[in-house]
Design a protein around this ligand. Structure first.
Ligand SMILES: [Zn+2]
Length: 168
């Protein structure tokens, strides 16, 4: 599975291309495409009660599953700006990133051809009014004991790491 799978033509000039080893180079116009992952910024947002905020995905892929709030970056957007923007769009909350949590790789959807590079920060709510919107149908806070099974969470790896951290 890869971004360039099935590419047969240059997207700029329409000449035939043969992707190999993670890149496609057009012999006619010189356009080169690399099979990079798509970067996304997500918030592992917790409160004073030790709960984590999850959002329910409204659309495919993973429609109906829980997820960490966040999303894909705009082309010229710093990941921390993207994180703040996505959280405001999806949850109505102003969040402030507090600490780097980690980078997580995941294919986007079943049979998808794109890998996602998820950049995850710990975060805290700084303001705003909570409401589910955009591509999210529900916002909910879970204690470790209340957390849904990881199989029901789209981006389960960072949530699993958080779950195994000691409280306090
Ligand atoms: Zn071309």
């Amino acid at each position: 599975m890869g971004f360039l799978d099935g590419w047969r033509f240059c997207p700029r000039c329409g000449s035939p291309v043969e992707p190999a080893e993670g890149r496609a180079e057009c012999g006619a116009c010189g356009y080169v495409v690399y099979a990079n992952p798509a970067p996304a910024a997500c918030a592992l947002c917790t409160d004073d009660a030790g709960r984590i905020m999850l959002t329910r995905r409204a659309w495919e892929p993973y429609a109906g599953m829980w997820d960490l709030p966040g999303g894909f970056l705009h082309e010229d957007e710093h990941p921390l700006d993207g994180l703040r923007r996505e959280l405001a769009e999806e949850t109505g909350l102003e969040v402030e990133p507090t600490e780097w949590f980690g980078a997580f790789m995941k294919p986007y959807g079943d049979g998808g051809t794109r890998w996602v590079l998820n950049l995850v920060w710990r975060a805290r709510v700084a303001g705003g009014e909570e409401r589910a919107a955009d591509d999210v149908s529900e916002v909910r806070w879970f204690s470790r004991a209340e957390l849904p099974p990881l199989a029901e969470i789209a981006m389960a790896e960072p949530v699993g790491l958080w779950l195994r951290e000691r409280e306090g």
